[in-house]
Design a protein around this ligand. Structure first.
Ligand SMILES: O=C(O)CCC(=O)C(=O)O
Ligand SMILES: [Fe+2]
Length: 202
């Protein structure tokens, strides 16, 4: 059976809900600016990132980790917007709120290579990762638990929600490409993606 069964919720957010969420995210980004993390290989990622919540995901001197403060401002992350927490409550099936809302910004040409979300600790893996897409459509690729296994892809549109839980929680996934400028939610084009995670470092 496909890992996709039941996990992709196309059109979960209507246009008004998407616009309201973007306004809340812009307020977050004003306080916690987007940064371009540099990988362990010394290469800047094409995606720009920031976070909301108790913890944010950062790369510090090539090491991936969760931090209580923004890497440039040194300040705590802003709270996760209510509209985002509402999505988590509706789809996660998890009794507690997420600790981290990672905010990814894809400009023209940005992509994300196949990876697993694997920095949340064993207890964190028990909860699903919930992803929200806003703006331009993108080709999302998902495989299995092993690198190099078979993959399938799907186009994620603005307002779509994906739940990566159970056997899919530690599956490889990534963004092949963004159809830059094909959406009409964000003036000037681009894609915002949110991933909500429960983080319980071992
Ligand atoms: O942009 C996406 O849809 C996926 C983002 C992602 O996999 C991540 O931030 O870990
Ligand atoms: Fe991911």
């Amino acid at each position: 059976m496909s890992l996709w069964a039941g996990s992709h919720r196309p059109g979960f957010l209507d246009r008004a809900a998407q616009e309201a969420m973007v306004a809340e995210l812009r307020a977050v980004i004003r306080v916690a600016p987007l940064v371009r993390p540099v990988t362990g290989w010394g290469r800047p990622m094409s995606v720009r990132m920031t976070s909301a919540g108790r913890l944010g995901w950062v790369i510090e001197r090539g090491r991936y980790r969760y931090s209580a403060v923004h890497p440039e401002t040194g300040k705590p992350w802003p709270p996760i917007p209510d509209s985002v927490l509402a999505v988590w409550r509706q789809v996660s099936g998890w009794p507690e709120p997420p600790d981290c809302c990672l905010i990814n910004w894809y400009g023209e040409g940005a992509r994300m290579g196949l990876h697993r979300d694997a920095d949340e600790g064993e207890a964190g893996f028990a909860a699903p990762v919930v992803s929200v897409s806003l703006g331009d459509p993108a080709r999302f690729r998902m495989g299995g638990p092993a690198r190099g296994g078979p993959t399938e892809s799907v186009i994620l549109h603005s307002g779509d929600v994906v739940v990566m839980g159970g056997p899919a929680r530690l599956a490889y996934h990534g963004i092949d490409r963004v159809m830059f400028g094909e959406g009409d939610l964000l003036p000037g084009g681009g894609r915002l993606n949110l991933t909500l995670r429960v983080v319980r470092p071992d």
